[in-house]
Design a protein around this ligand. Structure first.
Ligand code: ADP
Ligand code: MG
Length: 704
């Protein structure tokens, strides 16, 4: 690798971005495409042909042989099908390289193997991918050579969304319309667009590939299903923001370079709380781009890891007993002329627009707390939420000291007249420069925290797409804005109406504001008293997708139809059951083929030792005997827990697919899996390490 990284030269070099388009497209074509990108105007077939041709020429210069419609079906990962640019051989046996406007705009992958939750019968397999020109095409280099990737949305023949992107784009339209309406009412005449912007902090673990290869649980499920805690965990807090090891630094450098080439604005990197855990945060962007870029980033994290003899784990909870990995979703609303609508300014009590928007967000989050919780539901996240590290499964909002004070004034008198100002930082050291402190400290335990000029939704899991949680955020806030606009438009005195509305919303939704410790055991009780929902498992959360309230919300904005929501809920139940089933079967496999034989071998060694000690004439072998007894006891527990789990797994197909099967997994399989884990983890602490068939937690998280 070169000594120096030319960041400016590298950034976006593999992206068909605005400057490339401007340079390569005829002016008229460029202008038409820009109108499509910015205003959603139709693209004529002739223009599409010219764009496709130029895109192909550019890609071929970068070495591309294939193009691919790149999309995000409901599998949780991205999908792609590659086509070479070659056309049928001509008479002279040569081929041309071509790429038409039609091929750019529309693809038709056989959709029958993607989850559709009953939206499509297999015989109605047609699904279309459609170019999302608001997210630029890019050339990806990997073992397949170079491929021109075209970000697309994926819909069924009848127009139902089969992917993550379509509803996201729909929700962006919804919030744009309602937010514009709101700021117009409040006097903004200049902004043309309101765009939800997101910066998604990505957490991940790195393990050595040679360890990963020896762990069937990591291979099949992405997380460890067994493993005793090492003598040292994360209690010393010496990993968080600690010096990054050279091997990891080299990895991060390459990750950054790969991200930058694809225009992914990777910015902040550091060690996270758990040993072996790290984070990469990009600069925030419009949410559809942020969602695409997050997918690209996850892929890069994985790809580069294998080049460094590492494996990148994106699972929400790869190791029990240390922190899991989340994906903090920082969300704000920005106008096309650069105004952040969540910026409170120096005197928030006086910033009526900000207060109204804040009040609307409190209302939205309170009214749709179950749905927001659902948007972060993922099988792996059940192991993370509510642990002593990640927000609990209860939605609440942290607003910080300054805004809390403003809200208090509103509750008590209906009017806010002052804001707590910023104070000087005093370190007590003369040589250190003075600076102004932030008006509020952080609260790391809140699932939804106001952090100065954005909200940080901390629930989503590391592996999940950020699309759905933002679909929910955009739509519930659009709904609150719409209601506010309806009231304001019907009022005679708008200033008074705004004032009343702020007071009404903050008072009615006071229960959602919580600034205490979300990890404290008292909080669930307090939340219950407040009537806030607590949905610990994904299975508890899924019904929120299909309540009347949710259906009404999404249908009114044309973000989802009822059928689409029902299909998504079916898919979620199905994913839950499948993942738990795979985990259970992996545990049985490991127990039968690895742990039982290892424990048996150890008992043989102990028995042999006892016999030889006896043969040598010594009659007491208390330690060996004790070990033999303990090993045999645990072995017995292990064996019966394994048999119990196997019996449950065999019953699974007799449960009806959907909710019934998911409930069965949640209430019977998950506890049975925990019961199998316990004796194995005990045995790991007894059996000779040489005989233990796989690397330990200590080996994995401390040896990268
Ligand atoms: P933290 O200290 O919580 O890590 P940072 O300032 O580093 O906060 O930001 C974390 C993420 O939030 C980054 O991805 C950043 O780009 C994003 N972010 C910053 N400002 C905004 C904003 N106005 N809207 C959305 N995301 C933002
Ligand atoms: Mg951060």
């Amino acid at each position: 690798m070169d000594q120096f990284t030319d960041v400016k030269g590298l950034f976006g070099c593999d992206v068909f971005n605005d400057s490339v388009m401007q340079e390569r497209l005829p002016k008229k074509v460029y202008r038409e495409l820009k109108r499509t990108i910015e205003e959603g105007k139709d693209l004529s077939p002739e223009t599409a042909d010219v764009v496709a041709h130029e895109m192909k020429e550019w890609a071929i210069e970068k070495g591309a042989t294939h193009y691919s419609h790149w999309f995000q079906p409901l599998t949780g990962v991205t999908a792609e099908k590659h086509d070479a640019f070659i056309t049928a051989p001509m008479e002279n046996g040569k081929v041309l390289l071509s790429f038409s406007g039609k091929e750019l705009i529309k693809g038709e992958p056989d959709a029958s193997s993607f989850p559709s939750g009953g939206l499509r019968a297999t015989f109605e397999a047609r699904g279309y991918t459609t170019w999302d020109c608001t997210s630029p095409a890019f050339v990806r280099h990997d073992a397949a050579g170079a491929t021109l990737c075209i970000p697309t949305a994926f819909c069924s023949y009848t127009g139902e969304a089969l992917d993550q992107k379509t509803p996201l784009l729909r929700s962006m339209q919804a919030i744009n319309t309602q937010a514009l309406r709101l700021i117009r009412l409040l006097g903004n005449t200049t902004s043309k667009k309101v765009i939800p912007c997101v910066g998604a902090e990505q957490e991940y673990f790195l393990v050595d590939i040679k360890h990963w290869e020896q762990r069937k649980d990591l291979i099949y499920t992405g997380r460890t299903l067994f493993g005793a805690m090492p003598p040292k965990g994360q209690e010393m807090d010496d990993h968080y923001l600690g010096t990054i090891r050279q091997r990891v630094s080299a990895y991060m450098r390459e990750v950054n370079e790969e991200c930058w080439k694809l225009g992914v604005p990777a910015k902040t990197q550091h060690n996270e709380a758990a040993p072996g855990q790290h984070e990469l945060a990009p600069i925030y962007e419009p949410v559809n781009l942020a969602a695409d870029h997050n997918q690209m980033m996850m892929r890069i994290l994985k790809k580069v890891a294998s080049r460094h003899g590492l494996r990148c784990l994106l699972h929400e909870k790869p190791f029990a007993g240390v922190n899991g990995s989340g994906k903090h979703n920082n969300w704000s609303l920005s106008t096309d002329d650069g105004i952040n609508l969540l910026e409170p300014g120096a005197a928030p009590h006086d910033n009526v627009q900000f207060l109204l928007i804040l009040a609307c967000i409190l209302k939205a989050v309170d009214e749709h707390a179950e749905l927001l919780r659902e948007s972060a539901a993922d099988v792996g996240n059940d192991n993370r939420l509510g642990g002593n590290e990640a927000p609990p499964a209860i939605i609440s909002v942290f607003v910080g000291e300054q805004l809390e004070d403003v809200l208090e004034q509103l509750y008590s008198t209906g009017t806010a007249t002052r804001s707590i100002g910023r104070t000087k930082m005093n370190t007590g050291v003369d040589a250190l420069p003075d600076f102004m402190k932030d008006v509020t400290d952080r609260n790391r335990t809140s699932p939804f925290a106001f952090t100065g000029n954005k909200f940080e939704f901390r629930m989503p899991g590391a592996r999940d797409s950020i699309s759905f949680c933002n679909v929910v955020l955009n739509t519930i806030v659009a709904d609150a804005f719409r209601e506010a606009c309806d009231v304001l438009e019907a009022s005679e005195d708008i200033d008074l109406a705004v004032h009343d509305l702020i007071k009404k919303y903050v008072t009615e939704h006071r229960r959602i504001v919580f600034s205490g410790n979300g990890y404290a055991p008292e909080w669930p009780e307090e939340a219950k008293r407040r009537g806030l929902p607590n949905l610990p498992s994904m299975v508890d959360a899924i019904p929120a997708l299909t309540t009347e309230k949710t259906i009404r919300l999404f249908e009114s904005f044309k973000v989802f139809t009822k059928a689409e929501l029902e299909s998504r809920s079916e898919i979620q139940y199905d994913i839950y059951s499948k993942v738990i089933n795979i985990e259970a079967r992996t545990m049985i496999d490991m127990a039968a083929k690895q742990f039982i034989p290892a424990a048996v071998k150890y008992t043989t060694v102990l028995a042999d030792s006892i016999n030889s000690v006896k043969a040598a004439g010594a009659f007491e072998t208390p330690v060996q005997l004790e070990l033999l007894r303990r090993t045999s006891d645990d072995l017995k527990d292990l064996n019966s827990a394994m048999k119990h789990l196997s019996a449950l797994v065999e019953r699974l197909p007799s449960c009806r697919e959907g909710r019934e099967r998911a409930e069965f997994c949640r209430t019977l399989l998950v506890p049975a899996m925990e019961s199998l884990r316990r004796p194995v983890d005990r045995l790991e602490m007894i059996v000779d390490k040489e005989m233990w068939p796989m690397p330990s937690y200590g080996d994995m998280i401390f040896e990268v």
